[in-house]
Design a protein around this ligand. Structure first.
Ligand SMILES: *Cc1c(COP(=O)(O)O)cnc(C)c1O
Ligand SMILES: [Zn+2]
Length: 366
């Protein structure tokens, strides 16, 4: 493994070849790693995210655990308000969400370290992605889920052969349960594992490559625990550092008003996520009331000049329908970004919206 694991709380420094996901002080770890970019010629590279293998923190002895993830299409479409948008079709991944990017890189490391069994907590899509890549790798997997997790997503997780542990109470109860389990098993947690974000960052590489190695003016994404958003920030920052693109795009992230701890704090200038009551939402994939990386997300978005906003449940439902009628069926969580674009009054310039989850996973009835 490449890079160093650095504790965000105490600055402690750990070897990434050791199976650990947090510091002894309890702090979360960041993988400090500056990729070395080669000549900008990928004509012979694989048609998956492994085309950017040179920028992943895995040494060459690590065999990728792959289901063909990455290199999803970019499609230009007309938005309901008349805007032209590029849609990054990341719902077209092996398990139907962008989380496959993170799971592929994270589980490749897990297998290379000889870890035989992992635990994870998720309300759905991350659990499905980790379960699938564990199945591919021959690693046993248990996913802790809140009781409210959608049945279709649980069926998908079980289908990949993972064990599902339902935990009563809110999403945070599943997080507490998995941490107890993590005392004896490796915690392949998508929100905390320092390798996961190195998989999600490849969506930034891809969309820049698909635009001819250029950043769009604006990138729009849904936001829950921030694994996609932090990947976008890292990916674009690395491309700027390597001089493969000349500047960062403006990143605008949307939450649902039913669960908007980061949008609220962003507006008020707070450094910590606001305390919110989770209200019912169609956007189950981003119903994170207490995002574990919250402070970091707020700091990073302020550093890169991004914005965190929110949309109403009604706006999400409306956008979901309008886009399905245009032939793009994403899951309702993903429609948060599409709804967000419609609320943007400013001239956003050329805009890419990340479609994060497949419409076959969930639909809005009626
Ligand atoms: C996980 C997920 C998101 C949000 O990602 P975070 O990393 O939690 O911010 C958005 N859309 C879908 C479909 C997801 O599964
Ligand atoms: Zn520490």
């Amino acid at each position: 493994m490449l890079g160093r694991l650095i504790c965000r709380r105490c600055g402690g420094d750990w070897d990434p070849a050791a199976p650990r996901w947090s510091c002894d002080c309890g702090g979360l770890l960041e993988l400090e790693y500056s990729p070395c970019f080669p000549e900008k010629n990928l004509s012979q590279a694989p048609g998956s995210l492994w085309r950017y293998g040179f920028a992943l923190p895995l040494d060459e002895r690590v065999l990728p655990v792959s289901l063909g993830e990455g290199m999803t299409p970019m499609v230009e479409m007309n938005a309901p308000g008349g805007r032209r948008l590029q849609i990054k079709m990341d719902h077209l991944q092996p398990t139907g969400s962008f989380k496959d990017r993170g799971a592929a890189v994270m589980i490749s490391r897990v297998r290379a370290l000889g870890i035989r069994e992992v635990v994870e907590d998720s309300s759905g899509n991350a659990g499905a992605a980790v379960a699938a890549y564990c199945a591919r790798a021959g690693v046993a997997c248990t996913v802790y889920v809140p009781e409210s997790a959608p049945a279709a997503k649980l069926a998908q997780i079980r289908g990949y052969g993972a064990r599902v542990e339902k935990v009563a109470g809110p999403r945070e109860a599943a997080s507490r349960a998995v941490r107890r389990a993590a005392r004896t098993k490796y915690y392949a947690g998508h929100c905390v594992d320092p390798f996961f974000v190195h998989g999600t960052k490849t969506v930034a590489y891809e969309l820049a490559e698909q635009l001819g190695w250029r950043a769009p003016a604006t990138v729009v994404t849904p936001l829950g625990n921030g694994t996609l958003l932090l990947g976008l920030i890292r990916g674009f920052s690395e491309l700027v550092a390597a001089e493969w693109i000349s500047r960062m795009p403006r990143i605008v992230a949307f939450q649902t008003r039913a669960c908007n701890p980061l949008a609220r704090s962003f507006r008020t200038g707070e450094v910590r996520p606001a305390v919110v009551d989770l209200k019912p939402t169609v956007a189950d994939g981003i119903a994170a009331a207490d995002p574990v990386q919250g402070r970091h997300i707020l700091a990073e978005m302020r550093r890169v000049g991004g914005e965190i906003r929110d949309v109403s449940e009604q706006e999400i439902r409306k956008a979901w329908r309008e886009w399905a009628e245009r032939g793009l069926a994403v899951e309702p969580t993903s429609a948060v970004a599409l709804a967000g674009v419609e609320t943007m009054a400013e001239d956003a310039g050329d805009t890419v919206v990340i479609a994060t989850g497949h419409g076959l996973k969930a639909a809005i009835p009626g």
